[in-house]
Write a protein that binds this ligand. Sequence first.
Ligand SMILES: Cc1ncc(COP(=O)(O)O)c(C=O)c1O
Length: 425
Amino acid sequence: MQREISRRSLLIGSAAAAGAVAVGYQFTRSSEPESFDYSRVASDWEALRASFELDPNWVHMAGLLLASHPTPVKLALEKYRDELDKNPAHYYEHHAQQLELGVRQAAARYLNGDAADIALTDSTTMGLGLLYSGLKMKPDQEILTTEHDHSSTHASLAYRSQRTGNEVKRVRLYGDPDKASVSDICERLATAITPATRVIAVTYVHSSTGVRLPISAMAEVVAKANSGRAEEERALLCVDAVHGFASTEIDLQKFGADFLVAGCHKWLFGPRGTGVLWGRREVQEALQPTIPTFSGLSDFGALHTPGGFHSFEHRWALKEAFDLHFALKPARVEERIHELNRQAKEELSKLGVVRLYTPMSDDLSAGLICFDVNGFGPREVVTGLKDKSVIASNTPYRVSYARITPSLLNNSAQVEETIKAIRAL
Ligand SMILES: Cc1ncc(COP(=O)(O)O)c(C=O)c1O
């Protein structure tokens, strides 16, 4: 039934008007995928939810892990897969460069950036690996990271350090996560930066606690530390932004990072196996490519897009995920996600048996809620919720918590259902 809704009712008439067959699973054979009526889902959260083929028997509260493909992404992906199956060599030869550029342009439009500065990767982890292995550093320069990052950041930095000898230091940016504050985070960062700090490796929204870092305020701290430093001595603010990417509004002109890495197969609902690496124009020289590109272009984005033949249908269909989120409007998406998360946090805090670790404040959180239930380990909470048809996750960190992710995949009734299931534990 859901398939019927997503495919029939959401295909736009324009393709049909142009003489194309736009019904069911049939596709035209032009180089462009079927048009999709973004305006329909852009104004109606339930219509958007209906464009996913998620199993309706579950409440999906682990959306931070891996995306389900919404209709426009699925249509594009199937279209490109069909074309590659028919004639891989010719389709690649005639379309690859243009389609890849189209993805980078759609990303630039969504992020208020420039396509020339955006590279395409396969995941956050690939982007972090490319970034931290490729940054040019003198032997005596240091890397400053935090205690809150994902293993993809810490392992990338450790490999780098093993290869080049650059020391990696860690700072704790807050004590109790629910009591984190912008001023405390900025003070701790300022204290940890030394004249030898060349790379500052942080994570925008911590999947360990749900804390969202105030990146633009932190960028001011870094700018202050950089005043008077020569170009090759300047500290570079590098951000794993995967969990704020499409759950909060990111405007690259204001965000504050020097380099941003994100996977697109989580909150953005891009094809599984996609991601981006962005570099601020003024510091791009600091990054050396690691994997040769096949893109045929020479700007930063092309140069840092790893080459080799790929799962191109996934890469090219990423354009539709950016177009979808552009139509949804980033500020509106952020507000919707805050609204659902506020509802969940307020209800959880009323239960009396739940310890919340994620801050209540919208400014310091985004989409992830980490918590404990008295008398239960995080795994027990996740298992208990599973028995009640709610899919949660537990944080894969040294100190683990239970975690839910109210997102565009959910609505207020599902948040209520989740709280009810937690209460029933
Ligand atoms: C903060 C953070 N960074 C990176 C990753 C890995 O992301 P990807 O699967 O895109 O490599 C995760 C995993 O969800 C994560 O939580």
